[in-house]
Design a protein around this ligand. Structure first.
Ligand SMILES: C[S@@+](CC[C@H](N)C(=O)[O-])C[C@H]1O[C@@H](n2cnc3c(N)ncnc32)[C@H](O)[C@@H]1O
Length: 483
């Protein structure tokens, strides 16, 4: 393996051969329990039953390390939103940002949404999560992650983070997980190393400072910002934070120690190749791949002083009910209650709304937490998750709603064994026992305790048959039902 792009870091690395060996090994996978619908012991049990050997991460509750070669993003339990797959080092920024239920969080560079969903789940889906992303093509996967995990407290913005107007508001916590050269990701994406062989290190640092400055501008006095990259380059890391501190009013910002018990890390650099960053930068965190058998990462935690003056105070946010077209939820809650036994009380904090499709009003409904607060501007691209298809004789829950709320169902659950489950997933008809279902209508397909999607039952040739309605995009992800 040609490690010449990393030669410049040799003086920073305590054990070069251990570093080189780590880069040559495949990266262990990490998953965390979606505690909106399963507790960590429940996930551990499920993974064990599916033949996946999972060991708890010592430093992050609810997360598990899997052996290299596991394919956790390809299982039915993944599609059903029981867990999320995320690189171990990528868990660090939210662990240090530490958002609490009911708070507000702005994620400036959000796609594909790993940290957005991690934060929203940690916040118990209560409060406000605003996920901004500049690249339109990356927003689809962000939306799918929010829907798959059943996150109803988030909205998506499509804007350049560096140029967000003050109307976006102020937040308790802001994440600046900025685009970078991705040097630390070569174990996961070997092609990154080939690109690095052709480019100049730290070449992207200009835009990163502008995004970090915006993060500081949009956090409330007393609030916290996390700046992170998956790069080793001091130009993208300490130099950016040092430039921020240098340009800030004295006493308005301070670095908090970025350390995590159970995770080995190195302090940030106070100087590099003749440039001085200052002693404060030692409070930042560097994670080298060979220390914890991970990728590489950099994180700095910055607190804005409670006395800092807001030069560009935001405007008060809007209530979600001012922005979306609220509809009477009763017909839809009745379907969930009467057909599936999903209690209405589950939706007390939610609002059901009609989704706009261009200028036409579509028959699709969304669901969102009523206490989500939205920016004055820019207008959100999406809020909440898809809930129902309403423009039809029998309103139909969306697949996202089926997996998000289906684990509260008590009736009309179709338990599928390993043989029949793929027929359901691919929409092939299955004969079912009349005694198990209350006649024709919608059913929820369940496999090993996980609701995997909606289906419909009808009579055909004197028998009851069911057909799954799992979206093709979901079905095509699955290649494993476990042994
Ligand atoms: C490191 S990735 C973010 C990863 C994400 N936080 C996660 O955990 O899944 C950086 C993201 O920033 C986006 N981006 C780049 N420049 C941006 C800008 N000026 N404003 C907002 N997003 C930007 C990129 O398209 C990319 O999706």
């Amino acid at each position: 393996m040609d490690l010449s792009p990393f030669e410049r870091y040799r003086p920073l690395i305590d054990d070069w051969s251990a570093f080189a060996e780590a880069l040559a090994r495949p990266l262990p996978q990490v998953v965390w329990a979606n505690t909106l619908n399963i507790d960590p012991p429940g996930l551990a049990e499920r993974l064990a039953r599916d033949g996946i050997e999972a060991s708890p991460l010592p430093w992050h509750p609810g997360a598990f390390r899997l052996p290299a070669g596991a394919r956790p993003g390809k299982t039915l339990a993944y599609v059903s939103g029981r867990y999320h797959v995320q690189e171990e080092v990528s868990l660090i920024p939210i662990a240090l940002l530490d958002p609490r239920p009911g708070e507000s969080l702005l994620d400036l560079c959000a796609a594909p949404g790993n940290k957005t969903v991690q934060a929203a789940v940690q916040m118990e889906d209560r409060g406000t999560v605003i996920a901004n992303e500049k690249n339109r093509h990356r927003i689809g996967v962000l939306r799918r992650n929010l829907a798959r995990l059943g996150v109803t407290s988030a909205a998506i913005l499509h804007a350049d983070a560096a140029n967000l107007p003050a109307t976006v508001g102020v937040y308790d916590r802001v994440l600046a997980d900025v685009p970078c050269s991705c040097e630390g990701t070569t174990r996961k994406n070997p092609e990154v190393l080939h690109r690095l062989l052709r480019t100049r290190p730290g070449a992207r640092s200009g835009g990163q400072l502008a995004i970090l400055r915006k993060a500081i501008e949009r956090v409330r006095p007393g609030g916290r910002v996390v700046y992170s990259t998956c790069s080793y380059a001091p130009e993208e890391n300490e130099a950016v934070v040092a430039a921020l501190l240098h340009g800030a009013e004295p006493g308005s910002l301070r670095l908090l120690p970025a350390r995590i018990e159970g995770l080995q890390s190195s302090p940030g650099l106070n100087r590099w190749r003749g440039k001085r960053f200052g002693e404060q930068l030692e409070k930042a965190m560097r994670v080298w791949p060979h220390h914890n058998d991970t990728g590489g990462f950099f994180v700095a935690v910055i607190e804005k002083s409670a006395d800092a003056t807001d030069k560009r105070p935001g405007q008060p946010p809007r209530e979600v009910a001012e922005v979306v077209e609220e509809v009477d939820p009763e017909p839809y809650l009745a379907v969930l209650q009467e057909r599936f036994g999903i209690p209405r009380s589950l939706f007390e904090g939610h609002l059901v709304f009609r989704k706009k499709n261009g200028r036409k009003t579509a028959g699709r409904l969304g669901i969102v937490r009523r206490d989500l607060r939205l920016p004055r501007r820019p207008e959100p691209l999406a809020v909440g998750i898809p809930f129902f298809h309403a423009g039809m004789k029998y309103p139909r829950p969306t697949s996202a709603a089926a997996v998000a709320f289906g684990h509260h169902a008590r009736r009309n659950l179709l338990d599928l064994d390993d043989r029949r489950v793929m027929d359901f997933v691919f929409g092939r008809e299955i004969r079912i026992d009349e005694a198990l279902i209350d006649g024709p209508g919608y059913v929820l397909g369940r496999h090993r305790g996980d609701v995997i999607g909606l289906g419909v039952c009808r009579h055909r040739d004197g028998a009851l048959v069911a057909r799954g309605m799992v979206p093709k995009a979901w079905a095509s992800q699955i290649d494993d039902v476990g042994p």
